[in-house]
Design a protein around this ligand. Structure first.
Ligand SMILES: [Zn+2]
Length: 327
């Protein structure tokens, strides 16, 4: 039997030990090469894209340049997701390697133990990495003639704990006994292509979004849920009734199910709560992990560094500390 990819040497190209042995200069060089790969590692001003820069590194400080055109100073992380970073670059690299090596997700508490940071620092950092991974999915369109996408939904969040005593327990299936935080993650998964998730209040609320992301002419596979009936006006839809079979006459949505399996295991095994505004980020992280599952861990780490360095400062956490200090 052929060896599973994840067990092969090709899957393991970067160990945490290698990252830990890197000097500060080596980590800097790696970040510079990744950030400015288009100019072979020559710094480019993030403000005006000018390539003529002075090296203004101070004796004990990080790499720093001043733009000849606009006179602004910048560092390796200026204008990126890691802008005004507080930790050494090796710590970011370690965090990314640790984050990528986990296959279902990494708990912020465990990350804070690995890095020796506060819980909040690792929480924010992990969410920035999710934001970086999500940037790859932004505005992504899938499908087309001859292509097949699988569509499915699953509910997350809004857990209501049953009361201790039987006489105090309520029927938690009724809307009036729920807390309103339950949401459905809907995924579009193209066979041999990308995985695109989003969050809605109900499956039927996602039809407009599906229409905007899946090209006309695409073959769509969905389960028997009535919420998907509206897809038939737009696409050629095959249905698989899961009460009868998971795969019948070549119709199945197992790839979409695999995505939910990963996200659910991340929720149960690592994060415990994935509700609220962050749910979409956990879903996007799982999608990235699905789409990159056959990429070596060294390349996953480098690709995530590249995504973080090509993303603008965080939309989720810009000013997070300031806001939270104020309250
Ligand atoms: Zn400039």
């Amino acid at each position: 039997m052929a060896q599973h990819f994840l067990l092969s040497p090709a899957a393991k190209t970067l160990s945490l030990a290698q990252v830990m042995r890197m000097s500060h200069e080596e980590a800097e060089t790696m970040f510079v090469r990744i950030r400015w790969s288009e100019t072979n590692g020559e710094p480019v001003c993030p403000g005006c894209a000018c390539q003529a820069v002075y090296n203004v590194r101070r004796p004990t400080g990080p790499a720093r340049w001043r733009c000849k055109a606009c006179d602004k100073e910048f560092t390796i992380t200026s204008g990126t997701l890691f802008a005004s970073h507080k930790m050494p670059l090796q710590s970011y690299l370690s965090a990314i390697a640790i984050f990528c090596n986990e296959v279902k997700g990494k708990a912020a508490l465990a990350l804070s133990r690995d890095l020796g940071t506060s819980y909040k620092t690792s929480f924010v950092l992990a969410h920035k990495l999710r934001e970086a991974m999500a940037s790859e999915l932004k505005g992504k369109h899938v499908g087309g003639d001859g292509e097949t996408v699988e569509i499915d939904g699953a509910y997350f969040g809004g857990y209501v704990k049953p009361s201790n005593l039987k006489e105090n327990r309520r029927d938690r299936r009724l809307a009036k006994n729920q807390n309103g935080k339950r949401r459905v993650v809907v995924v579009i998964r193209e066979r041999g292509g990308s995985t695109v998730p989003a969050v809605f209040k109900s499956e039927s609320a996602s039809l407009g979004w599906i229409g905007s992301r899946v090209a006309p002419g695409t073959k769509v596979v969905a389960d028997e849920a009535a919420s998907w009936n509206g897809l038939e006006t737009r696409y050629d839809v095959a249905r698989i009734d899961h009460s009868q079979a998971y795969s019948l006459n070549g119709v199945y949505s197992n790839n979409a199910e695999s995505f939910f399996s990963r996200l659910r295991r991340g929720e149960i095994g690592h994060h415990h709560h994935v509700s609220g505004p962050y749910l979409v980020r956990y879903a996007q992280e799982s999608a990235w992990r699905e789409d990159n599952r056959r990429v070596s861990n060294g390349d996953q780490t480098r690709n995530t560094v590249a995504l973080a360095l090509s993303s603008k400062p965080s939309v989720d956490f810009c000013g997070y500390w300031q806001r939270h200090k104020a309250v």
